[in-house]
Design a binder for this molecule. Structure first.
Ligand code: SIN
Length: 288
């Protein structure tokens, strides 16, 4: 029997009573999807699964998706090694509040992160519920966002906003830069409605949203700045302390996440797989 241990009042749960090395029945798959829909990020400790078992788990939540803008493993483009070596300085992959690839026409539905090697301290990951953020929106921000699109641009991956050469991450992860298509604007609803739970969430990515539809970047900036501070309030997030063998699954539409870069001198290795989500049109249809 599944035991769900919530991490906070708003987001996250550890799930006990599951052995992810065993086949996943359709009943169990349904329970896992339900847990994810409600808790937005779920964790399974002490699993020590291999890549094949990780892919089986990933497919529970949606079709396996190939990574875009991040180079997969040479022998398996569906798997990314999220690695920071002990000797690496500088930034860390995912070290800013974001959701993944929201500038795509169809952003990924979510990801699975499998902890292979973790530092003795630090290297936590935070996930912020954008459902909780929506529910607590100040009325004036809610009025601005409801029924409006936000405009996303793949800034760090494009040409126009690419980071300067000397600040680009040089570590073990290969990120695609200088793709002119990433500079194109893409509109998505600023508020999504979950097609199953009906809960609304803010969908304004701090790193990719440049403006709100119908406004210039200058007009949008003060609103986006307020929104960014609001959406990552501690009441809305959980902070997860990894142990080797732990697996996390998150909903990429209803959360933001942040990898904490505080473990200099230690190696951290995670295997990451991604699943496609329900068409964003379904989330938009439900909103209007
Ligand atoms: C990410 O997927 O953004 C990185 C998460 C992590 O390494 O904790």
């Amino acid at each position: 029997m599944l035991i769900e241990r919530p991490l906070t009042g708003t987001i996250g749960a550890e799930i006990e009573g599951v052995d992810l090395k065993q086949p996943i029945s359709s009943d169990l798959a349904g329970e896992l999807r339900d847990a994810l829909d409600r808790r937005l990020v779920v964790f399974f400790r002490d699993q020590f699964i291999d890549v094949a078992q990780q892919k089986v788990l990933t497919r529970v939540f949606g079709p396996l998706a190939r990574s875009t803008y991040i180079e997969g493993m040479p022998d398996d483009p569906f798997v990314i090694r999220v690695i920071k070596e002990a000797y690496e300085g500088g930034g860390v992959f995912g070290g800013d509040w974001h959701s993944d690839l929201s500038f795509l026409e169809q952003p990924p539905g979510g990801s699975v992160l499998n902890a292979v090697e973790v530092p003795p301290y630090g290297g936590d990951t935070l996930w912020a519920s954008q459902v909780a953020a929506y529910e607590a929106l100040p009325p004036d921000l809610r009025t601005v966002l409801d029924g409006r699109d936000a405009v996303h641009v793949g800034k760090p991956h494009g040409v126009k906003w690419a980071p300067p050469m000397e600040t680009r991450m040089t570590g073990a992860i290969r990120i695609v830069r200088d793709d002119p298509t990433a500079d194109e604007e893409r509109s998505h609803p600023a508020v999504l409605t979950h097609p199953v739970t009906g809960r609304r969430s803010v969908y304004v990515n701090p790193i990719y949203v440049t403006r709100l539809d119908g406004m210039t970047e200058e007009e949008s900036r003060p609103l986006l700045d307020r929104l960014r501070i609001h959406c990552i309030r501690p009441e809305f997030f959980c902070r997860f302390r990894w142990t080797a063998g732990t697996v996390a699954v998150w909903d990429n539409y209803s959360t933001l996440h942040y990898a904490v870069n505080d473990y200099a001198g230690f190696r951290r290795l995670m295997m990451r797989t991604t699943f496609s989500g329900r068409a964003i049109a379904e989330w938009r249809r439900a909103t209007s």
